[in-house]
Design a protein around this ligand. Structure first.
Ligand SMILES: Nc1ncnc2c1ncn2[C@@H]1O[C@H](COP(=O)(O)OP(=O)(O)OP(=O)(O)O)[C@@H](O)[C@H]1O
Length: 831
């Protein structure tokens, strides 16, 4: 309990005690119910089993939400002109009589808490912010929203939710909600983003609650809360559209593993877990790409023309023979396939509009039919019944000579096999890309060829394995199931050291998977049909059971059927989506959307065919060369005009002094965007420190890092370096001040590419993170040391955009360390 003399604290503490008592009570009841349900073993009638599972899942989910609400359960209250008061919190709670005592921040009624202003008070006289620590109220700040409202606060009326705290008549309301916001913004960074429900601003709240049926772009400068807003929007949508989104899931795509680690706690802290997080390198099941191509290669791989190149490469494998093919069947029977016959089969197959591997079945059926007729003509003058015809056809397909000839005309392909060959086979690349890519561009692709996929676990990344026929399908699926492996690997002359797929390869693999279809299509179709039949039966059964239990209308049969399939299946709506490239997510969130290449957009829209998405980004921060200057240019090719742009304009992160420097850089980029306005000043001017003549850059960086660490106390520091400097800087820090880097990171210096990516996730836990600009995207630190800015400008990406990103990561202090001259765009620092 607070011992303060402010009477408001004592009153609010009393209400908070009531809320926590109720939270404990409801948690205990839920825990008991869960325990009881779980103790009822899964025996008895099927309906008892269903009932148990439905309730167990519901109780477990509720308990998880209740537990997540422990921290900052309640953070505000609204007083209305009719004298009622409503408390706002992380979740909604009702008392034993089912009267609401706390309203979920996402409920419609809570909108006024975030939106009310003096000009538009929305029926409120006062908005009260509560500062809490654990279960204790440590501060109160009020926004008065009506003249004279300081003395007419809530009086425990009975009309609204959360009726309670007594009138605050006569109390001086010196503090305002802005105090709480500034406190939140000035607190030392922890290395993890936190939720902002207590201090959401009106412009952010509007975006969070916007309609989800189309594509919403949240555009804004650095630090305007785009990421925070996107994550809170996910929580909002999971609350308002729970049934739909629990089934389909939400996919959040962020630029790097370190970024995902940075944001990973926000949704769980809001009680939400049904979300899949992925970096672009993880969007093709089975591939975990972390390596990046050189910038020009990555840019080319992301170019929209690659879609046509890949389609052409697939078509190149649907061949016509120049001369008639002769096949010796059964050692002495000569069969012929001429160009016209093959062309007819190819046209039929292409007209089927199935992907390559599916259309292959049509092609094979046509040609095997033709060969069967030839055999029959030879042995019996054309007189065989259907069964005999089938025997002949089976015999033909079992003949390696026949199979080899047909495979050569229309081989079964895998995405990995084909992409690998496209990079490694100049003739294939020239045929596929001849009209689309210049010789120099083709050379870039050839130079970037991996020779082995990164993961053998991907069905798409491994050669097609021989499988036993499943017997239940027609001839062709059975035959397909016993296929030969994918075409041979590149010749020794073109073979390089094994290398992982790069991040830019992922959308190409996915595009190919789309063009090729499933290599096991026949057997897969049978499996899918069986699964669909099973699902329908389970649903019918669930409907009957709900009917028997008298729960029809209260529970959705589909949901029950899902639950009934068992906790393992249920838990995996999100996991399912992560593992299955054909999963259709209900909502897509893309952070740093300005960096997404056209090929990656194609993949992302395939993951969310409903085109319900929130895309957040800042065009001025786009590092990739050739990045478009408008959202329309980026999105129109994919979603037409089905998108709208909302702008955030206030910078909550970067203090004014630093933003002034960054604004000069923004102006130099030629961007039409205005620099976002900083909400606060830190009282510290940014510094430029030049390495003394004869001194080493890394030593000066280390000295400045140690000085900064002493100055900022417990907060986090980023040392943002050009790639070539980060190794020496990290090594020097590990030598002189290993405690600042943290044990894991210090021990890994120097590290290989993959280990570095993994270590990147650990960086957030250390006091000091040594990063490239690319890895610092989306992150924030108390202090930033920016090393050698001239080298950033000379890099292969859009240097000014990189500089802009690096300058805007700090919440407090910025030091630029340089040995080369400062770029003129940083003239303000030199002054
Ligand atoms: N209403 C708010 N209350 C408290 N903190 C906020 C609020 N809005 C934003 N912030 C904080 O401001 C910081 C910047 O937010 P965020 O990272 O979402 O910005 P951004 O627009 O995504 O930035 P960038 O483009 O640089 O990645 C975060 O620490 C976030 O928690």
């Amino acid at each position: 309990m607070s011992s303060t003399r402010d009477p408001r604290l004592a009153r609010e503490q009393a209400y908070l005690d009531l809320l926590y008592a109720r939270l404990d009570e409801v948690s205990e009841i839920t825990r008991r119910q869960l325990r009881q349900v779980l103790l009822e073993a899964g025996t008895g009638t099927p309906q008892a089993v269903v009932e148990r599972d439905v309730f167990a899942a519901t109780h477990a989910e509720r308990l998880a939400r209740l537990e997540a609400a422990e921290g900052r359960l309640c953070f505000g209250a609204m007083d209305r002109s009719d004298g009622t008061r409503t408390y706002i919190g992380r979740i909604g709670l009702s008392d034993a009589e089912q009267e609401p005592i706390l309203v979920d921040w996402r409920a419609p009624v809570a909108t006024a808490f975030y939106q009310a202003t003096l000009a538009d008070p929305r029926g409120l006289t006062r908005r009260r912010h509560l500062r809490t620590k654990g279960r204790e109220v440590t501060g109160v700040a009020d926004d008065l929203l009506a003249v004279g409202s300081g003395g007419s606060g809530g009086s425990g009326g009975s009309g609204g939710a959360g009726r309670g705290a007594a009138t605050d008549a006569g109390e001086a309301d010196v503090a305002t909600g802005d105090v709480m916001l500034l406190e939140a913004l000035s607190a030392p960074r922890t290395g993890r983003m936190g939720d902002i429900i207590a201090t959401l601003q009106a412009e952010q709240d509007r975006i969070i609650r916007a309609d989800a049926r189309s594509v919403l772009v949240v555009d804004g400068g650095p630090g305007t809360g785009k990421t925070a807003v996107a994550l809170h929007r996910a929580a909002y949508l999971l609350y308002t559209e729970r049934a739909r989104l629990e089934r389909s899931g939400v996919l959040v795509v962020g630029p790097s593993p370190v970024f995902l680690r940075y944001i990973e706690q926000v949704l769980p802290s809001l009680g939400e877990t049904g979300v899949v997080f992925a970096t672009p390198g993880r969007l093709f099941p089975g591939v975990k790409a972390t390596a990046n191509d050189p910038v020009p290669v990555a840019t080319l791989k992301g170019d929209h023309r690659m879609a046509e190149v890949l389609a052409a490469a697939v078509r190149d494998h649907q061949r016509l023979p120049r001369r008639p093919i002769e096949i010796i069947h059964d050692s002495d029977r000569v069969l012929r396939l001429d160009q016209d016959t093959v062309a007819r089969a190819r046209t039929r197959a292409r007209r089927s509009r199935r992907p390559h591997n599916g259309a292959r079945l049509v092609f094979l059926r046509e040609l095997l039919g033709e060969l069967t007729s030839q055999v029959i003509r030879q042995i019996s003058g054309g007189l065989l019944d259907e069964d005999e015809r089938a025997d002949v056809r089976d015999g033909l397909w079992a003949d390696p000579a026949v199979r080899g000839a047909l495979d050569a005309l229309w081989p079964r392909l895998t995405p990995a096999g084909l992409l690998e060959r496209l990079y490694a086979d100049p003739a294939l690349l020239a045929r596929a890309a001849g009209r689309l890519l210049s010789p120099a561009e083709q050379a870039l692709l050839r130079g970037a060829a991996p020779t082995r996929p990164s993961s053998p676990r991907s069905s798409a990344a491994r050669p097609v394995a021989a499988r036993p026929p499943d017997g239940g399908e027609d001839l062709f699926s059975a035959l397909e199931a016993a296929e030969r492996p994918a075409p041979p690997p590149p010749s020794p002359a073109t073979r390089r050291e094994p290398r992982a797929w790069t991040v830019a390869d992922v959308p190409l693999l996915d595009e190919l998977a789309e063009l090729l279809g499933d290599p096991d299509e026949g057997s897969r179709a049978a499996a899918e049909a069986a699964a669909a039949r099973e699902r329908a039966a389970q649903r019918r059964y669930a409907e009957d059971v709900l009917d028997m239990l008298g729960l029809t209308g209260q529970l959705d049969a589909e949901t029950v059927a899902d639950r009934w399939r068992g906790p393992r299946r249920r838990a995996s709506a999100a996991e399912h989506g992560a593992a299955d490239r054909e999963w259709a997510f209900g909502h897509l969130i893309v952070d740093e959307a300005q960096e997404v290449s056209p090929m990656l957009w194609r993949l992302l829209w395939r993951r969310c065919p409903a085109r319900s998405a929130t895309l957040v980004g800042d065009l001025a921060q786009a590092a990739r060369p050739g990045a478009p200057a408008t959202w329309a240019e980026i999105l129109t090719p994919h979603v037409g005009d089905r998108f709208r742009v909302e702008r955030l304009t206030v910078n909550y992160r970067t203090p004014r002094e630093i933003m002034d420097v960054a604004a000069d850089v923004l102006a130099a980029t030629g961007s039409a965007a205005a620099a976002p306005e900083s909400v606060r000043s830190a009282g510290e001017e940014p510094l430029a420190v030049r390495v003394s003549s004869g001194g080493a850059l890394a030593d000066t960086v280390v000295a400045e890092t140690i000085r900064t660490a002493g100055m900022i106390g417990e907060g986090r520091i980023a040392v943002i370096c050009p790639p070539q400097a980060s190794g020496p800087v990290r090594a020097a820090l590990a030598r002189v001040a290993p405690e600042l880097l943290g044990a894991t990171v210090a021990a890994r210096v120097p590290a290989g590419a993959d280990a570095r990516a993994e270590a990147a996730a650990d960086l957030l836990d250390a006091r000091v993170a040594v990063l490239t600009v690319a890895d610092s995207k989306g992150l924030e630190f108390d202090a930033v040391l920016l090393v050698e800015p001239a080298a950033l400008l000379a890099g292969p990406t859009r240097g000014l955009a990189d500089l802009y990103v690096a300058l805007t990561r700090a919440t407090r202090s910025l030091t630029v360390v340089h040995s080369d001259d400062l770029p003129s765009v940083l003239g303000r620092l030199a002054a």
